[in-house]
Ligand binder design. Sequence first.
Ligand code: PLZ
Length: 446
Amino acid sequence: MSSGPHIEQVRKLLTQIPGPKSQELIERRAEAVSASLGMAIPVVVQKAGGGVIVDVDGNSIIDMGAGIAVVNVGNSADRVVKNVQEQVEAFTHTCFMIAPYMGYIQVCEALNRLTPGSHKKKSVLFNSGAEAVENAVKISRKFTKRQAVVVFEHGYHGRTNLTMAMTAKNMPYKDGFGPFAPEVYRMPMSYPYRCDSCSGPCQESVLDTVLHKIEKEIGAGNVACIVIEPILGESGFIVPCKGFLPGLAKFCKENGILFVADEVQTGFARTGAMFACEDEGVVPDLITTAKGIAGGLPLAGVTGRADVMDSIHASGLGGTFGGSPIACAAALGAIATIEEDSLVERARVLGLIMRQSLEAMKKKYPIIGDVRGRGSMQALELVIPGSKEPNPAALSSVITYCQQNGVLILSAGTYGNVIRLLPPLVMPEHLLKEALEILEQGLAQA
Ligand code: PLZ
């Protein structure tokens, strides 16, 4: 089956952004929806597919965000739509804990097969990335009979109480929302561009610092798990130095600590591998997934060593909607799309196009301090020329320029100065190149 996009793959502007219909709905939004929610682009969506989003005014916008790395297979991908339609007609919900169904089992089988490591694995499904991370911590604590959770500077793990404690950045995620969950310890992160001690390919000094701090400040014997994103997502695609992740994984193994890879953003072909951990051959004890798993439907998972996953008492984990049959049907469609349409390779091809173009831009525009990422997860960190001082003003100017010209680009970064590119992996190359041209114009005028 082809997963060809169902709408015309063009950038086309019929009105200014936002157009009059979007404008009117955005006013209604302001009346009805809590002001707490952000909005990356001021348009209201009518339909989306392939590499574009079409708004209610008929503007066709190139989608460089994929709903934050969710629609890796594109919006309304054929196999996702077909599976969901069939499932909705068959039944919508029984609750897997009440009466099980095949889709849930099949998604767990797929997760066990696709995640790193050939050891025996088992999975459990939830609704959101934060819920998956919370459950990975619950499982780790119960299995190890220890309490401490180690996380990292710049890390992002969600907005629930425990995951807020695990997330590094105060604004906008945590400010005023405390008190936060205890026994969460934050360690320095390997951040090659901003790490003074890092002059070469090896990040030994940061790794050493982390291991030393764990020993001295927490005690390795008190640590249940180390939770880390293999490439940091929300903080702007920080790729740790080679050796950092394997070093942590080794320390975990030596100390009875579970290594938890939070692949909520990096998973499902995004980085040019099914999972980002594969890059350095790291095999996590537990891996959390969400976002790209189900082509846009809410689904998340924790997958890991069978002995760990089975160490929880019966009925110890669960939730009413976790692993909804509709979301599972979507996931099976999304996973089939990734595998049958070779989207892992496609992520590398698109990634290369982005990387080459971004490197060329870096030579021309001194506001670009760093180009980084892997596969179709590429970012630019913007700085004041001649320094490493973050340049959030340039970021908003570039993003506004792109929006006005029909390209949706997301921001990120602890310092609010990173442009992140996350196209759907089914985006036609001509659209990607066009988006990069607009991005370059935006950088030129900034
Ligand atoms: N872990 C690594 O990237 C979600 C957050 C968007 P949920 N990132 C996007 C926002 O501003 O809320 C994320 C992630 C990593 C966990 C999560 C949390 O996933 O599905 O948003 O709960």
